[in-house]
Design a protein around this ligand. Structure first.
Ligand code: PLP
Length: 377
């Protein structure tokens, strides 16, 4: 194993915990360990801190604290949002082929409950055709789910236009914003989102804590997926993960203050990286290069097996697909949906930068990838 320090360009898989977030969490493991549901002074103190974290989380997305339900992850939030609607009369759901597996696999499960799911294709740049979306929604459509930022290619969908189409047809709009919240401005009111999912570990918060936003205006009645002590208005029972919740709140506060600067700095670094890597003959960027989040580039190096390259890169952490499926050598379903051949999909690498990425690291990555591709080819 190489002894060099890790260069971490896999921030869409997860991010490093911000030291300021850790510091604020630590007392909730030790002195402030009371159960947030207890009525004694210690419990009430913790309860107040949890309420503050709910407010911080809501504030980041333009919501109210009462519209936030804490979960263990975006995956759990997605499961609650979809399965929680299983008893509705309408039985048709529309989603997109490039969604995260947490959405797609939950939809497969809904099929076993008798739901009909429409999986819309995307254009070759990863953008959803809005006419197609409009045509796919019927009077039986309960909900439409479109992610804000794609985790593999970084493409950003036109959420405003999508929610207008969905609401004009009286369906609910759910948005998996797991790769967006904490990185780009998200306002659920302005964007017309009824249900939204987020996860702290994607923006320098701890793992094991996520949230589901449920619009009060939309009057959605979800069936709880976890029954028990009746915490969180009976929607998600279980003793609250207080340190996680406090960490999520702080990560939201920091994101709100620093997002703009991160965006400026990382856009330049990502563009430098891309310019350097595109010197490789035949290489190209997957997905729309303009409607794309600033920290991500997914590049195909035809004729180069991405797994071989990732192994050879050693101390440089990059990925070839969603983090949860990168141990498999199946071509990515997202890249296939863009129309890439299996070969090109298996020759593509995702580089995702984060707030701790430096210019020096980018220079080293470019140099290393250029020389390795030469060797491998
Ligand atoms: N949705 C998207 C777009 C993601 O990128 C991820 C994480 O990879 C998830 C959902 C699942 O998030 P979590 O790890 O919090 O379950």
């Amino acid at each position: 194993m190489s002894q060099k320090p890790i260069i971490y360009l896999d921030n869409n898989a997860t991010t490093q915990l911000d030291k300021r977030v850790l510091d604020i969490m630590l007392p909730y493991f030790t002195n402030l360990y009371a159960n947030a549901s207890s009525n004694h002074l210690a419990g009430l103190t913790v309860h107040e801190a949890v309420e503050n974290a709910a407010w911080q989380t809501a504030n980041l997305i333009g919501a109210k604290a009462e519209e936030i339900i804490f979960t263990s992850s975006a995956t759990e939030s997605i499961n609650l949002a979809i399965k929680g609607l299983a008893n509705q009369n309408k039985k048709h759901i529309v989603t997109v082929a490039t969604e995260h597996k947490a959405v797609l696999d939950t939809c497969l499960f809904m099929e076993t409950l008798g739901f009909e799911i429409t999986y819309l294709p995307v254009e070759s740049d990863g953008i959803l055709d809005l006419n197609l979306l409009n045509e796919s929604i019927t009077d039986q459509t309960l909900m439409v789910m479109v992610m804000m930022v794609n985790n593999e290619i970084g493409v950003i969908q036109d959420i405003n236009a999508i929610s207008e189409i969905v609401h004009a047809k009286n369906a609910l709009f759910m948005c998996d914003a797991t790769q967006a919240v904490g990185r780009i401005p998200v306002d659920v009111e302005k964007l017309g989102i009824d249900l939204l999912t987020l996860s702290a570990h994607k923006f320098y918060g701890p793992k094991g804590i996520g949230a589901l936003y449920i619009s009060a205006k939309a009057k959605i009645k979800l069936i709880p997926q976890i029954h028990g002590g009746g915490q969180q208005r009976k929607l998600r029972s279980g003793t609250l993960n207080v340190p996680g919740i406090i960490g999520l709140g702080k990560a939201c506060e920091i994101a709100q203050a620093e997002m703009e600067n991160d965006q400026k700095r990382l856009t330049k670094l990502r563009d430098d990286l891309e310019e350097g890597l595109l010197q490789i003959e035949g290489s190209f960027v997957n997905g729309n290069p303009l409607n794309r989040i600033y920290n991500t580039t997914n590049i195909c190096f035809p004729g180069v097996n991405s797994e071989t390259l990732i192994l050879a890169l050693q101390h440089i952490s990059v990925s070839n697909g969603a983090s949860c499926s990168s141990v498999t050598s199946e071509p990515s379903h997202v890249l296939k949906a863009l129309g890439l051949s299996d070969e090109n999909a298996l020759s593509s690498i995702r580089f995702s930068l984060g707030k701790f990425t430096t210019e020096k690291e980018i220079l080293e990555v470019v140099e290393r990838v250029l020389s390795l591709v030469k060797q491998v080819r």
